[in-house]
Ligand binder design. Structure first.
Ligand code: GAR
Length: 203
């Protein structure tokens, strides 16, 4: 599915997804706009989960009438992983859209090959613990890379490690700063993420 532009026919059979996000939530918003708000697509963002009580994504949830859940470390990592709240929505996919906590094994086992993440670089380069947001773009620019991109992958028990589903590339321009590169990467994410999710839901 690399760099493909799936064209979609028909509805997706009333499937639910859950979005996990820690920050502004621009990817979450784009997914809502392109899947949840389009009646014919029949994809429902059933729940938005965040670890950050002041995350912008909570405003997005509120504005769209989507239920949200703020999670706490102890229960997420050493308790039941909030499985009762998640499974109540019968999700077909858990979508990590800028979610900065690792996913506990309890959830990986409960949702095999059903948790996906978007990463703002071309994995396997520039992934791993501490590699998120501008830290990634800083490292890419610092290494003198001529291109960067996005990776959408399945989530396993390690940071940024599961099987790759999709990648798309963009140039790193001379004079780029982490902020200018981040803008280009976000555009790429907004162009492709919803489409890839839709394609996965069709399979
Ligand atoms: C996105 O660029 C996403 O790829 C990145 O966080 C940003 C979230 O932006 N994720 C990671 O770095 C995960 N390692 P958003 O809140 O505007 O969607």
């Amino acid at each position: 599915m690399r760099n493909s532009s799936p064209s979609l026919q028909g509805g997706l059979g009333g499937q639910n997804i859950i979005i996990f996000a820690s920050g502004a939530g621009s990817n979450a918003l784009e997914i809502i706009r392109r899947l949840h708000l389009v009646a014919e697509k029949q994809v429902k963002v059933a729940l938005i989960v965040t670890n950050n009580p002041s995350a912008g994504v909570l405003n997005i949830a509120r504005e769209h009438g989507i239920p949200s859940l703020v999670i706490e470390k102890e229960r997420f990592f050493r308790g039941d992983g909030y499985l009762p709240e998640l499974s109540a929505h019968d999700p077909r996919l858990l979508v990590l859209a800028g979610f900065l906590w690792k996913v506990p094994n309890s959830l990986i086992e409960a949702y095999p090959r059903s948790i996906i993440n978007i990463h703002p670089a071309l994995l396997p380069k520039y992934g791993g613990k501490g590699m998120y947001g501008d830290h990634v773009h800083k490292a890419v620019i610092g290494a003198g890379e001529k291109e960067s991109g996005i990776t959408i992958h399945y989530v396993d028990g390690h940071y940024d490690n599961g099987d790759i589903i999709f990648q798309a590339r963009c140039p790193v321009e001379p004079g780029d700063t982490p902020s200018s590169l981040s803008k280009r990467i976000h555009q790429l994410e907004h162009r492709h993420f919803a489409e890839v999710i839709e394609k996965l839901l069709q399979n």
